[in-house]
Write a protein that binds this ligand. Structure first.
Ligand SMILES: CC(C)(COP(=O)(O)OP(=O)(O)OC[C@H]1O[C@@H](n2cnc3c(N)ncnc32)[C@H](O)[C@@H]1OP(=O)(O)O)[C@@H](O)C(=O)NCCC(=O)NCCS
Length: 200
């Protein structure tokens, strides 16, 4: 089983090349300390709608620096999708190896017992101009590989998915997730909890 320290010391263990539509080569790899500027470019370019669906603690250099400083220091693993032709980061896939009490309680109410031995949390964000082009689905087998290498057997959504995020719900469903229940956000809007069992 890989640890976050193993991955930081040997990012090649999780680095893969993908060929996206129109033959664009995309590298899927762990976030690196040297990514701060490019990550800030990615976050800063996210549209208002993408920021509503995938909310970050900031969208500039300071937050990008915090995410890079967090590499192998806490419970988070972040991977990026890099468009080789431009060197641009076009996606950020986030894992958390820790569970939070509110998730554990909601899933328990739905009859699912979450544990940090079996479950990890996952949240994907693609650059606006790369959404709805099949990239998220192309990368999903790699997401499952990462979770398995981390020793987990299920993936749950990090903070759920907003009920009006129809594209993301379709994306999760077509990649094997099932809805577990719904909950109200602070603003009263609804979100769904979804999870997938990893095929062995
Ligand atoms: C969610 C996300 C990761 C999905 O990745 P993606 O590469 O765009 O997804 P894909 O292109 O593989 O699949 C999208 C599916 O949704 C469908 N879709 C698109 N818009 C839709 C809509 N308004 N209603 C229903 N389905 C829709 C597409 O047709 C496609 O399904 P199909 O292959 O059956 O035709 C990406 O769109 C994204 O980063 N969105 C912004 C941030 C976000 O919402 N993150 C998730 C937070 S929970």
């Amino acid at each position: 089983m890989l640890t976050l320290t193993d991955i930081a010391e040997n990012p090649g263990r999780l680095t893969r090349r993908l060929t996206a539509r129109e033959g664009r080569v995309i590298v899927f790899r762990p976030l690196a300390h040297s990514d701060v500027g490019r990550l800030a470019g990615f976050l800063g370019a996210l549209s208002v709608e993408s920021r509503r669906f995938s909310t970050f603690g900031g969208y500039g250099l300071a937050h990008a620096g915090e995410l890079c400083d967090a590499i192998a220091r806490y419970d988070k693993l972040r991977l990026v999708l890099e468009d080789v032709a431009t060197g641009r980061i076009v996606g950020l896939f986030e894992f958390s190896l820790a569970l939070v009490p509110s998730d554990i309680a909601r899933y328990r109410d739905a009859g699912v017992r979450l544990t940090e031995r079996s479950d990890c949390r996952f949240g994907p964000t693609l650059a606006d101009d790369w959404q709805d082009r099949g990239l998220g689905t192309l990368a999903f087998p790699l997401v499952m590989d990462v979770a398995r290498l981390l020793g987990r057997t299920r993936i749950i959504l990090w903070s759920g998915v907003r009920a009006d995020n129809l594209r993301a719900i379709r994306y999760y469903e077509k990649n094997g997730f099932r809805s577990v229940g719904e909950f109200a956000e602070a603003d009263g809007s609804l979100s769904l909890d979804m999870m997938v069992d990893l095929p062995t």
